[in-house]
Design a protein around this ligand. Structure first.
Ligand code: NAD
Length: 364
């Protein structure tokens, strides 16, 4: 079991880390007379994840519980309104500790709900997907979407603690495992100067290596977000793959053929590395190897030429933009990020066209 300190947040990661939750809750309640604790659980997976929580922390049987339809298509403020009304009826107050249990969508929405209610309730995140364990549950970003614009409403607010216990992965579908691996892969690309596609292959085949890489991702996310909590500098590197990825995710959702967040990021990384070859000297040989890995494990993201203006429009709305330029994260080599190079919409459009042609080549 590993304990990682992120200023006032402690991350417990590893097998059986959930058994420490009971003590954490007891300490909180002992220190705050009259305080209570409630659980906010993701609705769709609740039958799989809620019993696991209660087994590890039986004292929560007495706590009030709320179930949120926290899916990507409902990651909106409207979904939170009934929850906030319930919390108001149930008289939750500023000392009420909220325990968020679910994937990345639940952690983002639950953190946001807790942060806004009565100007802020303390919360703990218990991620139940690989993606949320590797990325979404720590670092203090909370958010909901506004229409189709991803994560545009939100605030920075760290949880008190995060419990990353692989016990939840036992029930996670294969496609969601792949989604989480994409974020782990992202972290390796941006942090490891010795990154190799050959080693990265093991993420898909070797559970022991995957656990090691998960810990690497958590530690590096903590290191980066501690240096730059409000994303003014180095934290931007964590968005590698996300400028194109968010646009792909939004288009797929609009077309009612949703893809997972990780799939979107995987295809986004291919586009951003392709652009890195043109703009930052990333080598074509490395790009080809990486694109081949993604193609083998995640297939291609397909769209029509007529979808390109919509994709471009999503990217123009990216919250990292300045003026008319778009700021994807580029790599000059593995582990070396360039995040302040503004790219014109015309060049982005050309990349989207080239990506279509690359896909046609690789599917022959
Ligand atoms: N805040 C951040 O720093 C940050 C970072 C990365 C991603 N994100 C956000 O995370 C979200 C994606 O998270 P996600 O990939 O976890 O998706 P998700 O929360 O939608 O979960 C994916 C699916 O897994 C199911 N599920 C959850 N736990 C399960 C379990 N243990 N067993 C079986 N099924 C289970 C859910 O019901 C859902 O269908 C995106 O909205 C993204 O924007 C946030």
């Amino acid at each position: 079991m590993n304990t990682i300190k992120d200023l006032d947040c402690t991350i417990y990661a590893g097998e059986d880390s959930l058994s420490l939750l009971q003590g954490e809750v007891a300490r909180y309640l002992a220190a705050e007379p009259d305080a209570t604790c409630v659980v906010l659980c993701e609705q769709a997976a609740s039958k799989k994840i809620f019993p696991v929580l209660l087994r590890a922390c039986p004292s929560l049987r007495r706590s009030k519980r709320y179930f949120l339809p926290a899916s990507e298509s409902r990651k909106h403020i409207e979904t939170l309104l009934p929850l906030w009304k319930q919390w108001a009826n149930d008289k939750l107050d500023r000392k009420t500790l909220v325990i968020n249990l679910g994937g990345g969508v639940l952690c983002d929405m639950g953190g946001f709900a807790a942060s806004l209610f009565k100007r802020g309730l303390p919360f703990i995140n218990i991620p139940t997907t690989l993606l949320a364990m590797a990325d979404a549950s720590a670092g203090g970003k909370t958010a909901v979407d506004l229409g189709e614009i991803k994560n545009i409403l939100g605030c920075f607010n760290r949880p008190r603690a995060v419990f990353v216990d692989p016990v939840f992965l036992k029930t996670l579908p294969e496609r969601e495992m792949l989604s989480g691996i994409a974020e782990i892969l992202k972290m390796q690309c941006i942090c490891r100067t010795d990154f190799s596609v050959q080693r990265a292959e093991k993420l898909f085949t070797d559970p022991e290596y995957r656990n090691e890489a998960l810990l690497f991702a958590i530690k590096n996310k903590t290191r980066i977000t501690q240096q730059d909590f409000k994303e003014e500098n180095i934290r931007k590197t964590l968005n590698f793959g996300h400028t194109f990825g968010h646009a792909f995710e939004a288009l797929a959702l609009r077309k009612k053929h949703p893809i997972t967040h990780g799939e979107a990021v995987a295809h986004g990384m291919v586009c951003e590395l392709y652009l890195s070859c043109r703009k930052c000297g990333f080598t074509r040989a490395r790009f080809d190897q990486f694109a081949n890995l993604i193609n083998t494990r995640y297939g291609n993201f397909t769209y029509m030429e007529k979808d390109i203006p919509a994709l471009l429009n999503y990217m123009v709305n990216d919250k990292k933009n300045k003026g008319r330029k778009i700021y994807p994260v580029l790599l000059s080599t593995w582990g070396e990020c360039v995040f302040d190079k503004g790219i014109s919409p015309l060049v982005i459009e050309k990349t989207l066209c080239d990506y279509l042609s690359l896909n046609k080549l690789s599917s022959r």
